[in-house]
Design a protein around this ligand. Structure first.
Ligand code: ARG
Length: 400
């Protein structure tokens, strides 16, 4: 008895996921493997990937265009939450997983498959994100993860694939492990495994080295409506268009690189290089607009929510009751986060130089040091007396 009859496999076109196809059939007795490749704006031709899956033994090879849904329903809510894992990583890879999981489950349902599969190994976060998201969406479907169990080295995997007509990678293999989509690139392994090794310029694609950036600063105005990015330099743009244009603008000034030691959910520390030019600029700008339009207490309270929210995305809990509850909180806070932020890009920096909103809570008459000042200075005295009272009492009692 095989582990399943019909399986929908998340497919990238790489050696590992290709080898999953014959492996599922030969070793685990699966009768039919349907592959699903997701277009997430990674800028790769998916035609050849379709064919590769069929050549590797898939009965059906599907390509799903997920880019718009990815940006609108996964990236933009994360921007509203200013989501940064460990205060740095904007979750560009992590955000794609729940969407791929959702489509896997939908396709399994359409095709009457009794399992879904992915090519993740047992050491990363992505296996957790897939497995948990799939379980949340359909607790009755099996999840197969051949690469978590097969125990083959890289060479053995390639040799196994060759037996089933899967060509070994022709190009000199890059030493890096790379995940890529419209939001950014995540690069690990190879020389990066030594945290003391500076990343070589070759790891970057979306962002320029400072030495190659323009010698003139560039301004870009980012417009938001209810916390969602909607305009660049005054022109209204659809989500995907906005992110891709902003990637170009921001990337050519060298902003958006991250080099960090990161704590994976499975307990391993890893060294990660990220580039996510548009996403990081959008979070930076969005947070600034919030500082103009949210009250102090909401701003401060939201910080804690953002931290939890980021951890939940990182840890694979996109579809979960707490995440849904936090979404409601975040949505409520975004009601008046509408306005424009002006960002100056120059030599690897994105500096906010202006912000405006019809919902601004900034009150010049209160803030000014000029003659128009409306603030009641006398009131400050009584306020400070009451505010400082506990401290005064404490001091009197403890000084002896
Ligand atoms: N560490 C990141 C995450 O867990 C990125 C992992 C991406 N994979 C890769 N092959 N670099 O979201």
């Amino acid at each position: 008895m095989g582990r399943a009859n019909k399986v929908v496999l998340a497919y990238s076109g790489g050696v590992d996921t290709s080898v999953c196809i014959p492996y599922l059939k030969e070793e685990w007795g699966v009768k039919e493997v349907i592959t699903l490749a997701g277009d997430l704006g990674q800028g790769e031709e998916l035609g050849p990937i379709r064919k590769k899956a069929l050549d590797s033994g898939a009965v059906e090879s599907l390509v799903a265009d997920l880019t718009e849904e990815f940006i609108r329903d996964y990236a933009f809510p994360a921007i509203q939450a200013n989501a940064l894992y460990e205060n740095r990583y904007p979750l560009s890879t992590a955000l794609a997983r729940p969407l791929i999981a959702k489509r896997l489950v939908e396709v399994a349902d359409e095709y009457g498959a009794d399992a879904v599969a992915h090519g993740c190994t047992g050491k990363g976060n992505d296996q957790v994100r897939f497995d948990v998201a799939i379980a949340a969406l359909n607790p009755n479907i099996k999840v197969l993860a051949p690469a978590r169990e097969w125990g083959m080295s890289r060479e053995e995997t390639i040799a196994y694939g060759e037996r089933f007509g899967i060509p070994s990678p022709v190009k000199k293999k890059s030493p890096y492990s790379i995940d890529k989509n419209l939001l950014g690139r995540s690069v690990e392994a190879g020389p990066l495994e030594d945290p003391w090794n500076a990343p070589l310029e070759e790891v970057y694609e979306m962002t320029k080295a400072i030495a190659d950036t323009p010698d003139e600063p560039e301004l870009v105005d980012i417009g938001f409506v209810k916390g969602m990015p909607t305009r660049l330099n005054g022109s209204e743009l659809a989500p995907v268009e906005l992110v891709s244009q902003l990637n170009d603008i921001v990337g050519r000034h060298g902003y958006g690189r991250i080099d960090m030691m990161e704590n994976r959910l499975v307990g391993i520390k890893s060294r990660e290089i990220y580039e996510a030019p548009a996403l990081l600029a959008l979070i930076h700008a969005h947070r600034d607009l919030e500082s103009l339009t949210l009250t102090a207490d909401v701003t401060h309270y939201k910080r804690g929510i953002e931290e939890t929210y980021s951890q939940m995305i990182y840890n694979g809990l996109w579809y979960s009751p707490l995440k849904a509850a936090l979404d409601s909180f975040i949505q409520t806070t975004q009601e008046r986060v509408t306005g424009t932020v002006r960002v100056q890009l120059f030599k690897g920096n994105a500096t906010i130089v202006g912000r405006q909103s019809d919902y601004s809570l900034y009150t010049p008459d209160l803030a000014t040091y000029g003659a128009e000042d409306q603030f009641d200075h006398k009131a400050a005295e009584g306020f400070i007396y009451v505010w400082g009272l506990p401290t005064r009492v404490w001091s009197e009692k403890t000084r002896g």
